[in-house]
Design a binder for this molecule. Structure first.
Ligand code: CUA
Length: 371
């Protein structure tokens, strides 16, 4: 069970920024208590001191005091600025994921949370993560607005239809912590939640290897791209391709026919699939059909993961960066890390995980497709 904090009714502090949020919170409570007590005490004191002693007495005339006015302007200014700065700093840290995060996809749906790891494992209303790793959740929803909330980590974010939102965290101690939906989303809103399991890296690796890992998001995206949706017929690469180039584009700016530029991030890729006419990349014709209604959010997440992998962005995986994984797991996630960046020359090759000659530290033996 989840331990409680040393403060009654408080959830445990289990992430790197939990204590910062608590410090700010208690600072606000302390200020509120101080002024509540001070105002009530002053009222009580004045009621007694200045009570009516004679009928129709005139009060003393007061003409203002510059020092006093400066004093009661300056102190509240300092107090409100410390609150503002504290909040702004914590917000900035929480909503800007650092580099080298391990990325997990989360899709909300009435009334459950679905998660998918880079290595292919899927979970519902549960999320297993290693302790001491920076984890980034890329989240969206199949239907209405939800809000992913982990009180013990002091973090949450709205999960909004039609776009990706992200949170990140680094859990500081192994354990089991509540996940909630923190935005009213219909009948079973209160039941929409589950548990996040924070595990030692070795236990996490064991958990991963003990779970059927289906297609990874990149593999699933590649399958959709090559076969099911036929994206490859226009985006196949080479001089004859009709669709915009997809290799190496992620994170870079793109210029459109209307002169606008945008940075190509997850949202841009998602929007380009659903609303291709919205922005036409310079040098290309507006011929792409929309895929709205033909792909689920989970499939979109896979397509985004695949297109990112064409730029060498794989969202970091599990055990390659640590040495604790067992051998099977190591080779699996090595495939997840580098070999999944499928070079265009391998297009149409049935072994979709062909090795990438450009990948650093590339493991050259082809990984068998275990689907
Ligand atoms: Cu989902 Cu409330």
């Amino acid at each position: 069970m989840q331990d409680n904090s040393w403060i009654p009714l408080f959830p445990e502090q289990a992430s790197t920024f939990a204590w910062e949020v608590d410090v700010l919170y208690f600072y606000l409570i302390a200020i509120s208590i101080f002024f509540t007590v001070a105002v009530v005490a002053a009222v009580a004191f004045f009621v007694v001191k200045y009570r009516e002693k004679e009928k129709f007495a005139n009060g003393a005339e007061i003409h203002g005091s510059v020092p006093l006015e400066l004093f009661w302007s300056f102190i509240p200014f300092v107090i409100s600025m410390t609150i503002f700065l504290g909040g702004a700093i914590i917000y900035y840290k929480q909503y800007r994921p650092p580099e080298n995060t391990m990325e997990i996809y989360v899709v909300g749906k009435q009334w459950m949370w679905k998660a998918q790891h880079q290595t292919g494992q899927r979970e519902i209303n549960e999320l297993h993560v290693p302790v001491g790793r920076k984890i980034k959740l890329t989240m969206t929803t199949e239907d209405v607005l939800h809000d992913f909330y982990i009180p013990a980590f002091r973090t949450k974010a709205d999960v909004v239809p039609g776009r990706y939102s992200t949170i990140w965290f680094e859990a500081t101690k192994p354990g089991k912590y509540h996940i909630y939906c923190a935005e009213y989303c219909g009948l079973n809103h209160s039941g929409m939640g589950g548990w996040i399991y924070v595990m030692e890296q070795r236990d996490f690796d064991n958990w991963l290897s003990g779970n059927v890992s289906g297609q990874t998001p990149v593999e699933a995206g590649q399958d959709l791209f090559m076969n099911k949706l036929g994206c490859a017929s226009c985006h196949a690469g080479g001089p004859t391709q009709r669709g915009a180039k997809l290799e190496g584009i992620y994170g870079k700016d793109v210029k459109f026919t209307d002169g606008q530029t945008l940075k190509r991030d997850d949202d841009y890729i998602r929007n380009s699939i659903l609303n291709p006419a919205g922005h036409i990349v310079e040098g290309y014709q507006p011929i792409m059909p929309t895929f709205k209604g033909q792909v689920t959010e989970e499939q979109l997440v896979s397509l985004v993961a695949y297109i990112k992998s064409l730029s060498g962005v794989t969202g970091g995986t599990t055990s390659t960066s640590t040495s604790s994984g067992n051998q099977t797991q190591m080779s699996n996630s090595a495939a997840g890390n580098t070999n999944l960046v499928a070079p265009r020359a391998d297009r149409g090759n049935s072994n979709s995980q062909g090795s990438n000659p450009n990948a650093p530290g590339n493991v050259s033996e082809p990984v068998n497709s275990n689907r």
